[in-house]
Design a protein around this ligand. Structure first.
Ligand code: FES
Length: 148
């Protein structure tokens, strides 16, 4: 019996991940690692007129991590910042056929969601720098804290 973790899309995206590379002078650049294995991802974005004009990633990760990062970058490229800000873990897991990981595999879920964590931290750091008043900062902090 085949491992249900390795859906067709995971195998395809893991073998041929999209949007790998770096962006010169990105507006957002954030890096984080999976504490369970040390694998890490850096995500970079350029923002134009409130849209994610370009997104690139690099780093080391297992097939699940690479496939999820590839799919995440395809989902957010060309979208506005609110789309990325509101993107839920259930949506990316559903895109990959991995919704069951939420209940069944706390270890593999970290592989699948590392890039989403990097995206959210990078995005919230960027948004915090753009704020004009401190009350908005408190709201942003509260929203960011509820992510995981
Ligand atoms: Fe390291 Fe999956 S084993 S990210």
């Amino acid at each position: 019996m085949s491992d249900p973790l390795y859906t067709e899309i995971i195998i395809d995206e893991g073998k041929n991940p999209q949007n790998q590379g770096t962006i010169e002078n990105p507006d957002i650049s954030h890096h984080d690692s999976n504490p369970m294995c040390g694998d890490s991802i850096t995500l970079q974005m350029s923002i134009k007129d409130g849209l994610i004009a370009d997104v690139k990633w690099n780093g080391d990760g297992c097939t699940i991590c690479k496939a999820c990062t590839s799919v995440l970058t395809q989902m957010i490229k060309g979208k506005d910042l609110d789309y990325a800000r509101n993107l839920k873990k259930e949506e990316i897991l559903s895109e990959l056929g991995l919704e069951y990981l939420l209940k069944q595999s706390p270890i593999r879920i970290k592989c699948a969601l590392l890039s989403l964590k990097v995206l959210k931290f990078g995005l919230y750091s960027y948004l915090a720098k753009k704020l004009k008043d401190l009350s908005s900062f408190d709201n942003l902090k509260e929203e960011a804290a509820s992510l995981y």
